[in-house]
Design a protein around this ligand. Structure first.
Ligand code: SAM
Length: 500
């Protein structure tokens, strides 16, 4: 017996998971269970005629056995045969003391007439041909064979397939004529009589009885077709149940649909809200973009004005420097200089800001100022190479000088220089300070490393300008002799910073 799958692509009951999935379906379906019960009742109805040795061909997972034993047949009279090891192992686990053997309906491993009753339910529909299996069923039975077939509605044999647990199986529906033809060619009319029992409009059972008083199948076969008692009722019940299930399903689908419509409506409201929000956000964005654009225009305008102002400022700076130069030239004229000498009010001594007070005090202390000195601007450092002032520092270490420079306009370049020269002519300090740092509000501090301190010392403070682009002068003390016509005596107007 060759039962290898490759030779029988239609026989895939041993594919992984198939047997257990199909068994699950059979045990959970009330419809399938009612069929098995009806079949068991049918066997019971004929068993009195047949005796007790019972063979079930294609016994599957032993569910028919559950209906047959022990109500219909005693346990030891039952043998189940099936081609699938998976189905058999489920059947064995379900009924440990039953006899289940492996075998093929095309070649049953039993002797002729070994059983009284042979049943075969829901098997032939999955086989590619029925002639040989029907002949085998009849061979091993002594008196009674009951098998089920699916009747085609068209009256012609129809070969289709169906899916169980994702696997395709044959599903062949036969005309009654073809089935009876198979029965008769299997064993001729050799003492067998046929009764057809209707289990459902398409599932029919054929009951073959040996040596019964019934006539052999012939043209009068319709006369022997009768529904199994209660089948019509069962069919009615079954359809009523199906209709109830469908109505239930429909009702729940309608409820679902209603819920979905509710959801849809609320989603539509949400979408409408979102669209509203979006529209208002778009308006906001458009507004912001408008504002931004106008701000950009403002900024551009401001930048333009700023540039114009910068130009104007630049021009003003240049004019201021030119005017300052001009003023310097005017001042340098003798007449102007001498007029200044006679005017007492030109002493700025009593007008200096508090921030210049230290310069006043220090210069009185260290620069030998006597009566008659006026605080006035010096010569322009553009006109003289430098201005020298003598100072006397006693026992202190000098580390900075405060001066009061005057710029007629802000300088943009150059430096103010300071040298401290000792009495013996040696230059101790040489410092440059950027002219741009000269403000005029506060004294200009020029710092340097500390010098002197041991004893009284006289120094020369030498102040000069390097490459400054406006006239630069210093406030200094001035004393005029000979009614303003003689030489001028000059003293430094400066403060001092000492190292502690
Ligand atoms: C649809 S099931 C029916 C099982 C059982 N008779 C019932 O009604 O619950 C078909 C059974 O026939 C078996 N089968 C298929 N081809 C067979 C063959 N050639 N010989 C024996 N058993 C076969 C399968 O293994 C499977 O268990």
């Amino acid at each position: 017996m060759d039962m290898k799958r490759s030779n029988r692509p239609w026989q895939r009951w041993d594919d992984p998971e198939v047997a257990s999935a199909i068994d699950d379906y059979w045990t959970s379906s009330a419809y399938e269970a009612s069929h098995r019960r009806i079949l068991a009742e049918m066997v019971a109805e004929y068993a009195g005629i047949a005796g007790r040795r019972l063979l079930e061909v294609g016994c599957g997972s032993g569910l028919v056995y559950s209906e047959l034993v022990p109500t219909v047949a005693p346990n030891d009279s039952y043998t189940g045969v099936d081609v699938s090891t998976e189905m058999l192992s489920i059947a064995r686990s379900r009924h440990e003391d039953a006899q289940f053997v492996r075998g093929d309906a095309y070649d049953l491993p039993f002797g002729s007439s070994e059983f009284d009753v042979v049943t075969c339910f829901e098997v032939l529909v999955h086989l590619p041909s029925i002639l040989r299996p029907i002949a085998e069923l009849m061979r091993v039975s002594r008196r009674l064979v009951i098998f089920t077939v699916w009747l085609s509605s068209s009256g012609e044999t129809e070969r289709t397939d169906e899916k169980h647990a994702g696997v395709r199986f044959l599903h062949n529906e036969y005309s009654l004529e073809d089935i009876l033809q198979a029965v008769s060619s299997a064993h001729g009319h050799n003492g067998w009589n046929v009764e057809v029992r209707v289990l459902s409009p398409s599932l029919w059972a054929l009951v073959l009885l040996k040596d019964s008083p019934l006539a052999p199948p012939s043209n009068t076969i319709n006369a022997r077709i009768r529904p199994f008692p209660g089948v019509i009722e069962a069919i009615r019940r079954d359809y009523a149940q199906r209709i109830a299930r469908l109505e239930q399903g429909l009702a729940s689908k309608e409820a679902q649909a209603e819920q979905l419509q509710g959801n849809l409506a609320s989603k539509e409201v949400e979408v409408a809200d979102l669209q509203g929000n979006l529209a208002s956000k778009e308006v906001e964005v458009a507004d912001l973009q408008g504002n931004l654009a106008s701000k950009e225009v403002e900024v551009a305008d401001l930048q333009g004005s700023l540039a114009t102002r910068d130009c104007a400022l630049d021009r003003l700076g240049r004019s201021a420097r030119a005017a300052a130069m001009e003023l310097d030239v005017q001042r340098s004229r003798r007449a102007v200089r001498y007029i200044g000498r006679f005017l007492d009010r030109l002493s700025l001594d009593d007008q200096i800001a508090p921030s210049f007070q230290q310069l006043r005090d220090d210069s009185l202390l260290y620069c030998s100022i006597t009566r008659g000195y006026k605080l006035q601007p010096s010569e322009s450092l553009h006109r003289v190479p430098f201005l020298d002032y003598r100072v006397e520092i006693r026992n202190r270490r000098l580390r900075g000088v405060l001066l009061a420079p005057i710029l007629d306009a802000p300088a943009t370049k150059g430096s103010l220089g300071l040298e401290v020269v000792r009495d013996d002519g040696r230059t101790l300090i040489h410092v440059l300070k950027a002219a741009t740092e000269i403000g005029g509000e506060v004294p200009l501090l020029i710092e340097f490393p500390p010098i002197g301190g041991a004893a009284a010392a006289g120094y020369l403070l030498r102040v000069f300008a390097l490459d400054v682009d406006v006239p630069i002068r210093l406030f200094e003390w001035r004393k005029y002799s000979l009614f303003g016509l003689g030489p001028v005596q000059r003293r430094a107007f400066c403060g001092f910073v000492f190292a502690s």
